[in-house]
Write a protein that binds this ligand. Structure first.
Ligand code: PEP
Ligand code: MN
Length: 284
């Protein structure tokens, strides 16, 4: 198994050199390959709330150019009284929407016992920011064959994030995609602080694809698209973004969810940014 090699940052500072980014390993996620020249847009609700909400959102993001769906089934909420996700109840209806849309689903696994249950429904497991340090979960995911989207914890050093990836890779699953989703700093104007440096660093120093979650990175709807543009401009491999047909009614993260119209507008600009850098959107 090839472990990720971590270059020491101090060496990089002491010896500036022209950096040739390492070739990224592209990873097959359902029907699409992430980490090639194209830019992947994974979109959908923060939480899957009902059959109609999931179906409406999925169809809309698909027609606007998303290549994969997102949607939380088990949610890691700070407040125990907050909506915790539909859990396995969602299994009664999500398959239909996934099949109708023709897009694969990416969803978070919050507990190793959910891995098998989710297997029939997802093309990629998501490890959330709060579980990046859950090494027991990472080891279990190392035993699976499906790709894993590994979010960076809001308190993790870049090095800790890449070393967490090694827990999955060392178990035998090399299909890890990194996701920067904002870190905690002294700043309080935004929900988290988007760490663009981390995206560039991980792209230049690891062979794994790197995507950005602009929704959690800022937590404010009107700032989500600009962060996505930055991700596209610096060569990230894609984004995972929250969309809700009626954000005011969302059971989680409505304040940062794009409306369907916002999403369409963002996609047009992303395409123009990609064009300027000789790239294009990854099509489903
Ligand atoms: C999410 O993507 O729904 C989520 C909970 O994100 P994070 O783990 O980054 O907070
Ligand atoms: Mn969310």
């Amino acid at each position: 198994m090839t472990d990720l090699e971590l270059k020491s940052t101090s060496t990089m500072i002491m010896k500036p050199e022209v950096k040739i980014p390492r070739a990224t390993k592209s990873i097959q996620v359902g029907n699409v390959k992430i980490g090639g020249p194209e830019f992947a847009v994974i979109a959908g609700p923060c939480s899957i709330e009902s059959r109609s909400q999931f179906a409406e959102t999925s169809m809309a993001v698909k027609s606007a150019g998303a290549c994969l769906l997102r949607g939380g089934i088990w949610k890691m909420r700070t407040d125990v009284k907050a909506f915790q996700g539909l859990g396995s109840e969602a299994f009664q209806f999500i398959k239909e929407t996934i099949d109708d849309s023709g897009l694969g689903l990416v969803s978070e696994v919050t507990d190793p016992r959910q891995i098998e249950m989710l297997d029939d429904f997802v093309v990629m497991y998501q490890v959330g920011a709060r579980n990046m340090f859950n090494y027991a979960l990472l080891k279990e995911l190392g035993q699976t064959k499906k790709p894993v989207l590994l979010k960076r914890s809001f308190s993790a050093l870049i090095e800790e994030w890449l070393k967490a990836a090694n827990y999955i890779i060392s178990g035998g699953n090399e299909n890890v995609i990194l996701c920067e989703r904002g870190i905690r700093t002294f700043e309080t104007k935004t929900r988290y602080t988007f760490d663009l440096n981390a995206v560039i660093w991980a792209k230049q120093n690891s062979h794994l694809p790197v995507i950005v979650d602009p929704s959690h990175a800022v937590g404010i709807r009107d700032m989500v698209a600009p962060v996505a543009y930055a991700a596209a401009a610096v060569g990230a491999d894609g984004i995972i973004v929250e969309v809700h047909p009626r954000p005011a009614e969302a059971l989680s993260d409505g304040q940062q969810s794009l409306t369907i119209q916002d999403f369409k507008t963002m996609m047009h600009t992303i395409e123009r940014i990609l064009e300027a850098t000789d790239r294009s959107l990854l099509k489903a």
